[in-house]
Design a protein around this ligand. Structure first.
Ligand SMILES: C[S@@+](CC[C@H](N)C(=O)[O-])C[C@H]1O[C@@H](n2cnc3c(N)ncnc32)[C@H](O)[C@@H]1O
Length: 214
């Protein structure tokens, strides 16, 4: 953990994520709420030219990621993964403008009760921060199995000037199926997705693109 953890965050916008890695990487990907880390590790293995920052406050989840990294003697995962063991919103606030090349938010806690909606990770403040830290053209991938949270995510992200939704156009239907019920092949499954499917839930997969600035 001392090798991988980001111990202290600088003030707002003060963290250039490339400075956490040697040699200086070409691109930095971010996963917020990585759970057991299986998606993060699979992406790191599939994309050896990218480095990864994960935010996750759940200690058992971090332990799962560390176990996968420790078990890996050959891929150099420890050199390409850094962990913020706390709130992803704090990490977002600390990151430099336009410093992240791709972001993932997979099955964030849906907080279904109306009085808990304010705890949802997708909110106006976090979307503003995410738009600030993503480079233009960056992809932001989101998954959820909660249809109410899915509507909430779409409503906010589609209305946000920083993002466009990469869905198939309705005019393409039925020649091409809508994209959101199908996980793309380069999007590894997570433990939570397996749980959701077992419980009869229908996961949805959304991809947004960071629009050009100004
Ligand atoms: C339902 S789980 C999904 C985990 C994983 N993404 C998956 O698909 O298996 C939600 C995860 O988000 C984490 N989480 C909740 N609030 C968070 C926050 N503010 N910042 C970072 N992670 C958070 C939780 O600890 C939990 O591991």
């Amino acid at each position: 953990m001392p090798r991988l953890a980001i111990a202290v965050l600088p003030g707002p916008g003060g963290l250039e994520p490339k400075s956490l890695f040697l040699p200086v990487p070409a691109r930095v990907w971010l996963e917020i709420g990585f759970g057991g880390g299986e998606h993060l590790v699979a992406q790191a293995r599939a994309h050896p030219d990218a480095v990864f920052i994960g935010a996750e406050p759940f200690v058992n989840g971090i332990a799962g990621l560390l176990a996968a990294v420790a078990a890996d003697g050959t891929d150099g995962l420890a050199e390409r993964i850094r962990v913020w063991p706390d709130d992803g919103a704090e990490l977002l606030a600390a990151l430099h403008d336009a410093s992240i090349d791709r972001a993932f938010l997979l099955f964030p806690d849906p907080w279904p009760k109306v009085r808990h909606h304010k705890r949802r990770f997708v909110n106006a403040a976090n979307l503003d921060q995410l738009a600030r830290v993503l480079v233009c053209g960056a992809e932001w991938r989101v998954a959820t199995d909660d249809s109410d949270y899915a509507s909430w995510i779409l409503e906010q992200a589609v209305a946000h000037p920083g993002f466009s939704w990469q869905a198939w156009r309705a005019a393409d239907w039925p020649a091409r199926p809508a994209d959101w019920p199908a996980r793309p092949a380069d999007w590894p499954a997570t433990r939570y997705e397996a749980k959701a499917l077992k419980a009869g839930q229908k996961p949805m997969f959304f991809s947004f693109c960071r629009r050009p600035r100004g």
